[in-house]
Each structure stands twice: as structure tokens, then as C-alpha cells.
Design a protein around this ligand. Structure first.
Ligand code: BES
Ligand code: MN
Ligand code: ZN
Length: 488
């Protein structure tokens, strides 16, 4: 996909489709388009075919006018980033349906912030061009280029910056989606490790990026027995993927992103019910989002240091698998009574969090499809955020709002931590039936005491079920916005 910005005379621009965001009151640019299309917008409003209501789409085919087709997108009442993203996504869907090769987006009618509008447009366009392909043909996208038009010359730079950033974020979301959608017989820990290596090799010319894969023997030496206990029941070897991106001076402390990558979560001996179990191939979406982010960082050459750590394993029930009641000693020395082998995410994350300290981090953020409970709490709208640092939580909430990839905070109070008490170890790996997302967070907090840390529970947001089953690429946009702000 090619994106360009332009402020040239509208009548001189050519495209298969022009997308015009507008309310019922026409802006100056809308009036120009109206004139160029023989008052087609006035007529659509007069006939009440188009009301301008937020998110409304009307495709007008105008073979007799110089602009052959315009797609109207209603903007009246658009009041936040989530609504804007939804509206822009709807317009991208309508645009793709027309099979246009070239598109012209009239900027400046959704928000005065041209960079923000260009960002969401490029991100949504690229994200809309994704389709799963591997075991089916997928859909070949028709769209090849989009010109983002704005009134003033002074806005061109902002538009270009937004397009570049949004395009990279959209691509990174698609990387995360594809890895998420791949079945677990292909997307194994070894496959993810190979992807990480090839990312490093492909991008080496562009940026300083190094990839290291720790295998079982390396993890044994590091005493990561909690992580290894999850891998014990599987034939697939576990991998700890470590990607180091140096975009800033080497003495600058990195942000460490830790992404859960259970490539299939059967539950282990605490076996999950069969219904919907296929969706546990998505239990690596946290790790996939980290891979996507690392891609985008290199693409954008963001001036920041970021380390991605991805513990990758299956959770399976063979004869060597961990049994409920087993006790393991984590890398930190703290002991864990594994009362439920299905609470495996925290077992691989805790050793990864201990390992993260090695990088002397400024901040550590883990991303995990950790609990079904977060779906009860927040549904599929917001991811959960829990943090030992309120400023960090606030920053993530703000980045989520800006990027329309929202998160909502849950508390980490000691009353919840008390629920992890065990008679046989320093802690149990489950806290009982209540507040499951919080007790999981309290468990992780015990391993993140030496640095600023936040945990994102994306079990409700990383994929959708049902007829539109598929990964969403969340929370790539949120993480990128957070890193972009931090790199400023
Ligand atoms: N990967 C699951 C969490 C999950 C469940 C994500 C359903 C999306 C949909 C995680 O490993 C898990 O099984 N968590 C358990 C924890 C429980 C045993 C304390 C859960 O949420 O049921
Ligand atoms: Mn599980
Ligand atoms: Zn899991």
C-alpha cells in the first residue's frame, strides 16, 4: 500500500474513489466536492439518504462526473477516538467493497489534528487489507494507493508523519493477527522463534536489532523451573525469545515488553472443556503483539530502546505433565504450589519477569491472554491494566484512549494478594473463584518488585469469536502509542 499526502487543487486529483467525511453541514472541502460532483451531496442530504450521522456510510456512483465515485462518511456526533476509529474502519470496509485501486481521502473534517487523522486512516486501511492466507486463498486486496488530501500546505508534514506511523502500526497489527490465526500445529514455539530470527535478519540493515533464542537447556541453567514446568507435558520444545532493539543511546534504559506465547493451552492436566478449545491457539497473542511492535519499531526507527521477551510453550497433558499440587521453585527462588495447571500463563511470565531485570529496565510491561475473568469484568471492549506504578497506569490508559485501543485499570490491593496463600509453598498459582484477573496480577506483582511494571490482560481483546473469528492485532496500537510518546 502506498500512502501520499497532497494539498493540490481537488479538481485536478484523480482516484477510483473519493472518501469524504462530512456532517449535514458541509465544510469548505465538502462544498468543493459537492460542486465537482454535480451537487450530489446536497441531493443525498435533501432526499435524507444521507443524514451525516456519525458512522453512516453512503456510496454514490457518479459515472457522469469527473469524480466517479464518492463515499460519504457521517461525522455528526463523532466525539472520541473509539468512535472515530469505528467510523474510519467502516469507511475502509466500504472502500474495499468497491474494489477501487486508488483512493483519495479528504482530511480535516474528522478532526483538526491532521496527524492524528492521517494515522488512524493509514492504520485502518492497512488493517482492513489483511486476510488470513495459508490454508485458503484469502482475499486479494484491490487497493494500491491512497492520497490523504488536506487544505493547507502547512499540514502536509503532519499528514505524512501520521501516514507513515499509522501504516507501520497497521502492518504490525496484521503481523500479530496472522501469527494469532495460524493453527497451533504450525505456529509452535519453534515457529515463533524462527519468525523472530528472520525479523532480526531482515531488518538488520535498518536498525540495531539482535535476537537470541534460549532453549530448554539455557532455561535450566537459569533455573526457570516455573516456565519449564508448563512445557513439561508437551512434545514441543519451549523457547524463550529475546529481541533487543536499540533505537536510542546504549546507556538509555529500555522498556521491556514481555508477551505470553502459549501456542496452545489445553489446560494441561486441569484440562479445559472441549467447547471452543480451538480458540486456545490464540493464547500466544501477547507474544505476537510484541513481535508486531518490534517490527514497527524498526520500520519507524523510533528513538527508544526496547527489549521484547517472549516465553513460548505449549500447555499439554502428557505423562510427564505437571500435576495439581506439584510445587516448583521459580527463577526468583520463590516457590509455587500449582493447584491448577490451567493457570499456566503466570507460571511462564514470572520467570520472564525475573529475567527482565537483567536488562536494567526503565519499565516492564507484560501482555497476556491471562484470564477468562477479564472477559467477565470488561467484555471485549477494554483490556485490563494492573500496575505497581500509578503514573505508568495513567500513561497506558491515556495511550489507549488516543489509539482507540482502550484499557481499564483494576486494583492490586493486598487483600487480593492474600488469596494466593498456600500451606505448602510461598504462594499458590490460583486465588480461588473471585477476582481472577486481580489475583493473577497479584501473582505477577510478586516478581516485578524491582522496577516499574504494568500487566495488560488481553484475553478479551486479542481475538473475536463466532462467525468473524480472528485475531484483532490488539494491543499493538496501544503499545506503539505508549512507546511513541515515550520516545518523544
Ligand atoms: N489462556 C487462559 C485464559 C483465557 C481463558 C483466555 C478463556 C481467553 C479465554 C489461561 O491460561 C487460563 O486458562 N486461565 C484460567 C485461570 C484459572 C484456572 C485460575 C481461567 O481464566 O479460567
Ligand atoms: Mn490456561
Ligand atoms: Zn493460557
Amino acid at each position: 500500500m502506498k500512502f501520499t499526502a497532497s494539498c493540490a487543487e481537488l479538481s485536478g486529483l484523480k482516484a477510483d474513489s473519493l472518501i469524504l467525511p462530512t456532517g449535514s453541514e458541509l465544510s469548505n472541502s465538502a462544498k468543493v466536492v459537492n460542486k465537482l460532483t454535480l451537487n450530489s451531496i446536497d441531493s443525498a442530504i435533501e432526499s435524507a439518504e444521507f443524514t451525516g450521522k456519525s458512522g453512516q456510510i453512503l456510496v454514490l456512483n457518479l459515472p457522469q462526473s469527473p469524480l466517479q465515485r464518492i463515499i460519504l462518511l457521517g461525522t455528526d456526533g463523532l466525539s472520541n477516538q473509539r468512535q472515530i476509529k469505528k467510523a474510519v474502519t467502516a469507511a475502509c470496509g466500504a472502500l474495499n467493497k468497491t474494489k477501487s485501486k486508488t483512493a483519495l481521502w479528504i482530511g480535516g473534517n474528522i478532526t483538526q489534528d491532521i496527524q492524528a487523522e492521517a494515522t488512524i486512516v493509514a492504520q485502518s486501511i492497512n488493517a482492513s487489507l489483511y486476510s488470513y492466507k495459508k490454508h485458503n486463498a484469502g482475499n486479494k486486496p484491490n487497493l494500491e494507493s491512497l492520497t490523504f488530501w488536506s487544505t493547507q500546505q502547512s499540514a502536509i508534514q503532519s499528514a505524512e508523519a501520521g501516514l507513515k506511523y499509522g501504516a507501520a502500526v497497521g502492518d504490525a497489527m496484521n503481523t500479530a493477527k496472522q501469527l494469532g490465526n495460524l493453527p497451533a500445529n504450525i505456529c509452535t514455539p519453534s515457529y515463533l522463534a524462527a519468525q523472530a530470527i528472520s525479523l532480526g535478519e531482515a531488518k538488520l540493515a535498518k536498525a540495531s536489532i539482535t535476537t537470541e533464542i534460549l532453549d530448554r537447556a539455557d532455561m535450566q541453567l537459569l533455573k526457570m523451573d516455573s516456565l519449564l514446568s508448563v512445557a513439561e507435558g508437551s512434545e514441543e520444545p519451549p523457547k524463550l525469545i529475546v529481541i533487543n532493539y536499540q533505537g536510542a543511546k546504549s546507556e538509555e534504559k529500555p522498556v521491556v515488553l514481555v508477551g505470553k506465547a502459549v501456542t496452545f493451552d489445553s489446560g494441561g492436566i486441569s484440562l479445559k472443556p472441549g467447547r471452543g478449545m480451538d480458540e486456545m491457539k490464540y493464547d500466544m497473542c501477547g507474544g505476537a503483539s510484541v513481535l508486531g511492535v518490534m517490527n514497527a519499531l524498526v520500520e519507524l526507527e523510533l528513538p527508544i530502546n526496547v527489549v521484547g521477551i517472549i516465553p513460548a510453550t505449549e500447555n499439554m497433558p502428557n505423562g510427564r505433565a505437571t500435576k495439581p499440587g506439584d510445587v516448583v521453585t521459580s527463577m526468583s527462588g520463590q516457590t509455587i504450589e500449582i493447584l491448577n495447571t490451567d493457570a499456566e500463563g503466570r507460571l511462564i511470565l514470572c520467570d520472564s519477569l525475573t529475567y527482565a531485570a537483567k536488562f536494567n529496565p526503565d519499565t516492564v510491561i507484560d501482555i497476556a491472554t491471562l484470564t477468562g475473568a477479564v472477559i467477565s469484568a470488561l467484555g471485549k471492549v477494554a483490556s485490563g491494566v494492573l500496575s505497581n506504578d500509578q503514573q505508568l497506569a495513567n500513561d497506558l490508559i491515556e495511550s489507549g484512549t488516543q489509539s482507540a485501543d482502550p484499557v481499564w485499570q483494576l486494583p492490586l490491593w493486598e487483600e487480593y494478594d492474600d488469596l494466593l496463600k498456600s500451606n505448602f509453598a510461598d504462594m499458590a498459582n490460583i486465588g480461588g473463584p473471585q477476582a481472577g484477573t486481580i489475583t493473577a496480577g497479584c501473582f505477577l506483582a510478586r516478581y516485578a518488585q524491582d522496577y516499574k511494571w504494568a500487566h495488560l490482560d488481553v484475553a478479551g481483546t486479542a481475538w473475536v469469536s463466532g462467525t468473524n473469528k480472528g485475531a484483532t492485532g490488539r494491543p499493538v496500537a496501544l503499545l506503539m502509542e505508549y512507546l511513541r510518546q515515550k520516545a518523544k
